[in-house]
Design a protein around this ligand. Structure first.
Ligand SMILES: [Zn+2]
Ligand SMILES: [Zn+2]
Length: 328
């Protein structure tokens, strides 16, 4: 299936527009309810229970990733998907717990895809284009591996067995650098890029809103309490928000202002008027019985909607949301 969404932009943006050759969606694909799978709800902390940040959205025949942090590709496989299924990857920021499995995604898609699937559409803040070139370019980290797989006869044989027709193409993710205010128009969805409040100016940090035919999702990326997230998430069915710390326990004001805390998240959700708040990216010290319940309870004092403590492989839809944990 050919997919080539065009990259639109708000009036203030100078981003180029890409002409769209629309895919042929069958009726069941177009009408299937959007499904969101939490692939990685953890932090940089090493954990077997929680992989680092990544979220999978299946909507209108597209399979979209928001971030792809450490270990989350394994969760993608556990969720019943493979790299070749992914059509779009959006990155909020380039902390490694949000992008370390990007190479695995690109290389497995390229290797298994055997030139039969299009190159991946990738969106993220600068310098994701440079990162991509440093990883997969001819002089990149994986350049010698890629060349060996293209030129050695054993790899050419494997490529042909997978249905590929030599000569094999070099992997070339279609990378577009994005910033707050940009709008990316898919065939059945619209993604709006907003500001996150995190570790600027060292890394640009973004948040995403995805509007689909059956509902709207906002993902804060890593962000402290922020008016910009309130505006981006306004009226959404689901807000997935970083919930890194218990309020009042940050070691410094700078720390608090980069990662936020649970009472601030309650205010964001209430002000934005979202229906469901999904809490993710909790450090192990608060990801404990009783502390979890206390956080949810205290958020519910401020926020009138549903509160969900996110878990890896939890699935959500906009109708309810219906939650079913898979795997394990
Ligand atoms: Zn993070
Ligand atoms: Zn971060």
């Amino acid at each position: 299936m050919k997919r080539r969404p065009f990259l639109g932009a708000l009036a203030a943006s100078a981003l180029p527009a890409f002409k769209d050759d629309a895919p042929q969606l069958n009726e069941s694909q177009a009408r299937a309810p959007t499904q969101i799978t939490l692939l990685g709800t953890g932090t940089p902390h090493p954990s077997l229970e929680r992989q680092s940040s990544s979220y999978l959205i299946e909507t209108g025949g597209d399979t979209i990733l928001f971030d792809h942090g450490t270990g989350s590709h394994h969760r993608l496989l556990e969720s019943g998907h493979k790299a070749v299924d992914v059509t779009h990857a959006f990155f909020t920021h380039l902390h490694y717990d949000h992008c370390m499995d990007y190479p695995r995604l690109v290389l497995q898609r390229w290797d298994q895809g055997a030139d039969l699937v299009p190159d991946l559409d990738v969106y993220g803040p600068a310098p994701i284009a440079r990162m991509t070139d440093l990883l997969f370019g001819r002089d990149g980290v994986y350049g010698p591996d890629i060349r060996a797989r293209i030129e050695h006869q054993s790899s050419v044989d494997t490529f042909a067995l997978r249905g590929g027709v030599p000569p094999r193409k070099w992997p070339a993710p279609r990378v577009r650098e994005i910033k707050a205010g940009d709008v990316i128009q898919g065939n059945t969805w619209k993604l709006t890029v907003g500001h996150a409040v995190h570790v600027q100016p060292f890394l640009e940090c973004l948040a995403f809103r995805l509007d689909t035919a059956d509902g709207s999702l906002c993902y804060s990326g890593d962000s402290a309490e922020s008016d910009s997230i309130v505006e981006l998430a306004r009226g959404c069915d689901i807000l997935i928000h970083m919930n890194h710390m218990f309020s009042g326990t940050a070691p410094t004001a700078a720390f608090r202002d980069a990662v936020g805390h649970h009472k601030g998240n309650a205010r964001v959700a209430q002000r934005a008027g979202v229906k469901t708040l999904v809490l993710v990216h909790a450090v192990p010290s608060i990801d404990q019985p009783r502390i979890r319940e206390q956080i949810v309870h205290e958020i519910q004092q401020e926020f009138a909607g549903k509160v969900v403590w996110g878990e890896d492989l939890m699935r959500l839809t906009f109708a309810g949301p219906v939650i079913a944990t898979t795997g394990y």
